[in-house]
Design a protein around this ligand. Structure first.
Ligand code: BG6
Ligand code: MG
Length: 227
């Protein structure tokens, strides 16, 4: 059988390349507290990978006062959360890149494999620029390029379509349940980073980014491919 390398790696951003997922959490927690709603880390797991408006809807659904809000008020809350978030990411830089990520990007590049970003965040380009990683990316998919966010596969299939690649030739790297679900629905090889409790459906799981090893990922990908 012909050995086949993956043809593209598609990286999630928040919680994979950098720990901005923590900043999203802190910004939502602050916004929620301002309107009398408490959220915790366990609840936050279901916000990971989910777009701004949908995340806000899930938070507002916790409101025991059941306050009715107009569309304008909801828009204002979403904007306010983004302001909180942008305050937190203003000063991020290369030191905020998670361990092992830049080495992996370099290895993928050396092997002439395409690299894309598959993120729900409208702040994605800013964050990649701040981190000094933008030059590794051949293509960036963010919320403005898709009509359906994760767990719909569109974020990832949009990148593969851009490269004119079959979906099973792509490896996706994710820290969110919604992201792993999206990759699996796209029939891409899903690498999950983090706690098995939330990532059980990933094709390959590592506990943190320092365990991401190009050779090992390719080995697992090949095994998955022949299954
Ligand atoms: C995802 C994050 O990458 O982007 C979510 O995991 C976040 O937590 C979403 O809500 C949208 O981000 P932004 O920056 O457009 O509000
Ligand atoms: Mg993420």
């Amino acid at each position: 059988m012909m050995e086949s390398y993956p043809k593209a790696f598609i990286f999630d951003l928040d919680g994979v390349i950098t720990d901005t997922s923590e900043y999203h959490y802190l910004a939502w927690k602050k916004l929620a507290a301002e309107i009398g709603i408490q959220i915790d880390r366990d609840f936050n797991e279901q916000l990971k990978g989910i777009g701004r408006m949908e995340s806000l809807k899930r938070i507002l659904a916790l409101d025991i006062s059941k306050e009715q809000r107009t569309t304008e008020e909801i828009e204002e809350l979403a904007t306010r959360k983004n302001t909180h978030y942008q305050e937190l990411i203003q000063s991020i830089n290369g030191s905020n890149i998670l361990p092992g990520i830049e080495d992996l990007l370099i290895k993928v590049r050396e092997n002439n494999i395409k690299i894309a970003l598959g993120s729900a965040s409208r702040n994605a380009t800013f964050v990649l620029e701040q981190l000094g990683l933008i030059q590794y990316f051949d293509y960036i998919v963010n919320a403005s390029k898709v009509s359906k966010g994760k767990p719909d596969p569109e974020t990832f299939t949009t990148a593969a379509d851009y490269f004119k690649l079959p979906y099973e030739a792509c490896v996706g790297i994710e820290d969110a349940t919604s992201g792993v679900d999206a990759l699996n629905k796209a029939n891409m090889f899903s690498v999950g980073i983090g706690d098995k409790t939330y990532l059980a459906k990933a094709d390959y799981i590592v506990s943190n980014t320092s365990h991401l090893d190009f050779t090992e990922i390719v080995k697992r990908y090949k095994q998955w491919k022949v299954e």
